[in-house]
Design a protein around this ligand. Structure first.
Ligand SMILES: [Fe+2]
Length: 168
């Protein structure tokens, strides 16, 4: 897919699906995407951070999995399908921040009890399906990721329920 085609596809997704509820939470998908991107713009400002934050959940729109997979108790691996959509068009660090935003959640839940404590109910549910908090070996492996810092930043921005804690 060419760059312009991909941008058109992303625009179509936001236009057609943006008003969907964000996984049963109180915000819509579009609000979740824009809130996350706005935090990235405010707190980092780099194009890669903003793009990763905006597009981290784009894989929920992959046709490879049923849209209600998470509700059905199935992991939809939306981080992998999202990265596949962006690969080859977006910079490596943007693709990484999408591909590893679930790993970053599992990492933060294992290393920062404050992060785990402020997850929403839906996020705790999906954490179980995604393998739960990382074990020690997984933590050490993940810390080798060359894009670790951006992955963790994007992850924290996605957790808008943690805003008070994140701001301290
Ligand atoms: Fe996600």
């Amino acid at each position: 897919m060419g760059s312009q085609d991909l941008l058109n596809k992303i625009e179509n997704i936001i236009t057609e699906r943006g008003t969907d509820s964000y996984l049963g939470e109180e915000v819509t998908m579009e609000q979740h995407m824009l809130q996350t991107a706005l935090l990235a713009e405010t707190e980092d400002g780099s194009d890669s951070a903003i793009a990763g934050a905006l597009l981290h959940d784009i894989g929920h729109y992959s046709e490879a999995f049923a849209e209600d997979a998470l509700e059905q108790g199935l992991n939809n691996y939306h981080e992998d399908s999202g990265a596949l959509i962006l690969e080859g068009t977006f910079p490596e660090e943007v693709v990484a921040s999408v591909k590893f935003h679930v790993s970053a959640k599992r990492y933060l839940c294992a290393t920062d009890t404050n992060y785990f404590n402020c997850l929403s109910e839906a996020s705790v549910h999906s954490l179980k399906l995604q393998g739960g908090p990382m074990d020690k070996h997984e933590i050490l492996e993940f810390e080798k990721n060359p894009h670790l810092e951006l992955c963790l930043k994007v992850r924290r921005w996605t957790s808008q329920y943690c805003r008070d804690w994140f701001k301290r």
